[in-house]
Design a protein around this ligand. Structure first.
Ligand SMILES: Cc1cc2nc3c(=O)[nH]c(=O)nc-3n(C[C@H](O)[C@H](O)[C@H](O)COP(=O)(O)OP(=O)(O)OC[C@H]3O[C@@H](n4cnc5c(N)ncnc54)[C@H](O)[C@@H]3O)c2cc1C
Length: 388
């Protein structure tokens, strides 16, 4: 394994780092107050040519994503985005997720119709499986129902946590085909933003953190969607373990968040006059060790998607994600101890970052992740897409 980034990877890392420091950081407070989508940040990523980073090169994209030629490339962009603003990173991650799925699963017609505007005009995509009560029912036991009808499906139900739900050209949603159980009837379908019967539920996004990753609930009320928008065969998402392809871009977000804590501490502690304190030095060093360890787990896991057995890549990605969550929580804990309470005035960048990380580390379930690895090593049945 080569530990050097390629020239293209270096360029993406530096370009996004620069935008993150100058644009995302500056806009973060506004979107946190408003709980609004950081559209200008996403536009800046488009202007830098990165909107199609997980779309294949033959379509005009950059060929990243876990099924792509260069799995690490988009993770570097997600990490650097999170370093400036966690909410923008979640928006970018979900867009990359949706675009990669359409690129890999879609037909030529769907790729042309849905992905060309992404590449040429900066339109956005997402992916929403979440719905109220799903955690206890199991990820693929969806209540949102798709009833087959002449030429398409009639959709009914409520989805929640739809990042970019009000901003995308198409909401990629998952629903259960009426009369078919769980994974067998699992349907991925692109719902056009202006589809009749689709409506975003106003003021349904008001968490304490990740406020700029505007993720409202929406309603599907006898919403007809043409069959040309159905993606792949029924059940393909669970059967081909697509959710496992996204462990690493969550990990990259947590890594970027930990780096952001480290950046803030390096700036703040000398000003506060505590840089010469041995406990301050010790805690900061511990955050560095943890964060660098996580970085190399993620980068190795990305390498495995291209160079090793698929299942091993999935399992190692879960290791990386688990450590990335634990490290982010550790960095918050030790970082808070050495920063002290004055660093946490309500409108401070440190407060926002902590609120963001507290909410976002709940997005992926730490315990489920570790117990899935335990099952594998004990020879028990396991599912690498189990994450809630
Ligand atoms: C910022 C953010 C953005 C998101 N964006 C998206 C998106 O774009 N698309 C999408 O699909 N989803 C998205 N999600 C949602 C995510 O996928 C989950 O659906 C959501 O976090 C579930 O939250 P919850 O509080 O309902 O339950 P969870 O956080 O899943 O569960 C709450 C607690 O209950 C426990 N628990 C769960 N089941 C049981 C059980 N049977 N018995 C006992 N305990 C149980 C869990 O261990 C956990 O501790 C987003 C989440 C966040 C935080």
């Amino acid at each position: 394994m080569n530990f050097e980034l390629t020239p293209k990877q270096k360029q993406v890392y530096e370009t996004v780092g620069e935008i993150s420091r100058t644009v995302f950081k500056a806009n973060a407070a506004k979107h946190d107050v408003e709980a609004s989508t950081p559209r200008e940040n996403l536009r800046a990523l488009f202007d830098a040519g990165l909107n199609g980073i997980t779309i294949s090169e033959r379509m005009g994209g950059m060929g990243s994503g876990t099924a792509g030629e260069d799995p690490l490339l988009y993770l570097l962009a997600v990490e650097q985005t999170a370093r400036g603003d966690m909410s923008t990173a979640q928006c970018f991650h979900i867009h990359c997720h949706g675009a990669h799925y359409v690129d890999q699963i879609g037909t030529d017609e769907q790729r042309e119709r849905v992905l060309k505007p992404v590449l040429e005009q900066g339109t956005l995509l997402n992916a929403t499986g979440s719905e109220p009560g799903r955690t206890s029912r199991g990820a693929y036991n969806l209540i949102t129902a798709a009833e087959p009808t002449d030429g398409g499906y009639i959709l009914n139900g409520v989805k929640n946590y739809a990042t970019l739900g009000a901003d995308v050209s198409y909401n990629l949603i998952f629903a259960g085909v009426k009369g078919m159980a769980g994974s067998d009837g699992h349907l991925g379908i692109l719902v056009p933003q202006d589809a009749k019967g689709f409506s975003v539920i106003q003021e349904s996004w008001n968490p304490i953190g990740m406020r700029g990753a505007h993720s409202p609930s929406f309603k599907l009320d006898n919403c007809f969607v043409d069959k040309s928008n159905a993606l792949g065969e029924l059940g393909i998402y669970p059967r081909e373990r697509w959710q496992a392809r996204f462990h690493l871009s969550f990990a990259a977000q947590y890594l970027g968040g930990a780096e952001a804590i480290f950046d803030l501490l390096c700036e703040y502690l000398p000003k506060r006059g505590t840089a010469s304190d041995s406990y301050t030095q010790l805690r900061l060093g511990e955050i560095r060790v943890g964060t660098d360890s996580v970085r190399w787990l993620i980068y190795r896991a990305a390498w495995m998607w291209k160079n090793s057995d698929r299942e091993q890549a999935e399992l190692f990605s879960m290791c990386a994600k688990h450590r990335a969550i634990e490290n982010a929580v550790m960095a918050m804990d030790k970082g808070a101890q050495i920063a002290g309470s004055s660093a946490f005035w309500a409108d401070s960048p440190m407060s926002r970052l902590f609120r963001d990380l507290r909410i976002h580390t709940l997005h992926e379930n730490l315990d489920k992740t570790a117990s899935t690895l335990g099952k594998f090593y004990l020879g028990e049945p396991y599912d690498t897409t189990a994450r809630l």
